[in-house]
Design a protein around this ligand. Sequence first.
Ligand SMILES: Nc1nc2c(ncn2[C@@H]2O[C@H](COP(=O)(O)OP(=O)(O)OP(=O)(O)O)[C@@H](O)[C@H]2O)c(=O)[nH]1
Ligand SMILES: Nc1nc2c(ncn2[C@@H]2O[C@H](COP(=O)(O)OP(=O)(O)OP(=O)(O)O)[C@@H](O)[C@H]2O)c(=O)[nH]1
Ligand SMILES: [Mg+2]
Ligand SMILES: [Mg+2]
Ligand SMILES: [Zn+2]
Ligand SMILES: [Zn+2]
Lengths: 211, 211
Amino acid sequence: QSLLQANAKLAAENRAQLDHHGVTAIDFMGAIGSGKTTLITRLVEKFKDQLNLAVFNGDATTVDDVNLIASQGVPTVQLATVNGCHLDANLVGKALLKTDLKKVDLILIENIGNLICPAEFPLGSRARVVVVSVTEGPYMVKKHPHMFLGADLVVINKTDLAEVMGVKVADLARDAHTLKPDLKVVPTSCKTGAGLDEVAAALLAVTKSGV
Amino acid sequence: QSLLQANAKLAAENRAQLDHHGVTAIDFMGAIGSGKTTLITRLVEKFKDQLNLAVFNGDATTVDDVNLIASQGVPTVQLATVNGCHLDANLVGKALLKTDLKKVDLILIENIGNLICPAEFPLGSRARVVVVSVTEGPYMVKKHPHMFLGADLVVINKTDLAEVMGVKVADLARDAHTLKPDLKVVPTSCKTGAGLDEVAAALLAVTKSGV
Ligand SMILES: Nc1nc2c(ncn2[C@@H]2O[C@H](COP(=O)(O)OP(=O)(O)OP(=O)(O)O)[C@@H](O)[C@H]2O)c(=O)[nH]1
Ligand SMILES: Nc1nc2c(ncn2[C@@H]2O[C@H](COP(=O)(O)OP(=O)(O)OP(=O)(O)O)[C@@H](O)[C@H]2O)c(=O)[nH]1
Ligand SMILES: [Mg+2]
Ligand SMILES: [Mg+2]
Ligand SMILES: [Zn+2]
Ligand SMILES: [Zn+2]
């Protein structure tokens, strides 16, 4: 049984456990520094009065990301990756053991900043979000088809910098739809708040869908 | 023999072969979209009248990067990574077989955009450059110590966007020097050209040092 198959099996077990408790987990993948943590922080602000939240973070060396979320009063679990270039279902399974699933509605998982490996390692989440930034240039979607084929939502972040970068958001969106025509793409700026309500609404719909 | 040990052995063989022919290889690592290709393009412009150049590119899915360099009249080899999250010495060894080492002075190798794995897989280069961008945020160096400990030169790119990002270049440089006090750090903007002469001079010194 290959590594990928073993992971897929554990991911299915995680998903069954989450579904059993009516808990939704969402996997936030994306490039390094694309804005995953900032986006999660904004979503926590929007959701914490209506949903019981938990956040899992894959940062291996610093606690900056985890502390930021914890300061919002939301339980956070830091996943202990050892030189990990992606999270896996095993790590998420361990984090689920530390979480009282009866008291949680939505778990936001921040994956490792990497546009290659995480695509191959599902975690058992109900949805996968890919966060890319206009500051990475115009070819980010074209260069990483596996990531986008495995995504349910694409967030094109830092649109406030699109003009100075000379990157067209519409081109990135078109590249995503060329790969996967029904892929939901939302341009955002965590700085100005643009697009965040749309992302929140999409994820709330996933949470309420109870599938 | 572990994967890492096997790679280290091949890297040593690559290095011996390069040294034998008086060829310098430089490994450009860095985050996704940090500016590796643009930097290499600028260096090719500066070096092509004084050195015989070749460029190896690890891009797995598109030829945008390779075509850009080839259009400058420099021989390029695209390394065939399969879902690769890092280049390895084996791939570089194969690319060396396709290169007439008697006719080359300097090989610029663009590694996969990834701030985790490439650190563990030396390629046999004489020097390793890490390219990060201010657009990735203020903690990029702190979050990836392995990468910076293995670097000979750190390029902090896109400084033209430092102010709008609220990121202080001096803080990133200080984090690098905290890890490795003698690490050379050069802030650059491939857009304005700032810092590029300093990077070129540093790499020219490595090339001429014949070590
Ligand atoms: N200009 C601008 N900056 C942003 C935006 N979103 C996030 N940032 C900044 O981008 C940097 C990186 O943001 P993070 O949220 O830490 O990104 P990340 O994807 O979690 O990064 P890693 O976990 O280190 O891979 C920080 O300095 C943020 O303040 C945005 O929409 N516009
Ligand atoms: N504003 C600004 N943009 C830059 C700078 N350097 C590169 N860019 C832009 O950043 C984007 C990414 O640059 P690349 O050179 O493709 O980066 P890369 O590291 O090779 O990217 P990958 O190979 O895809 O990981 C492109 O749109 C470049 O034009 C800079 O100094 N300032
Ligand atoms: Mg983060
Ligand atoms: Mg490139
Ligand atoms: Zn990987
Ligand atoms: Zn890896």
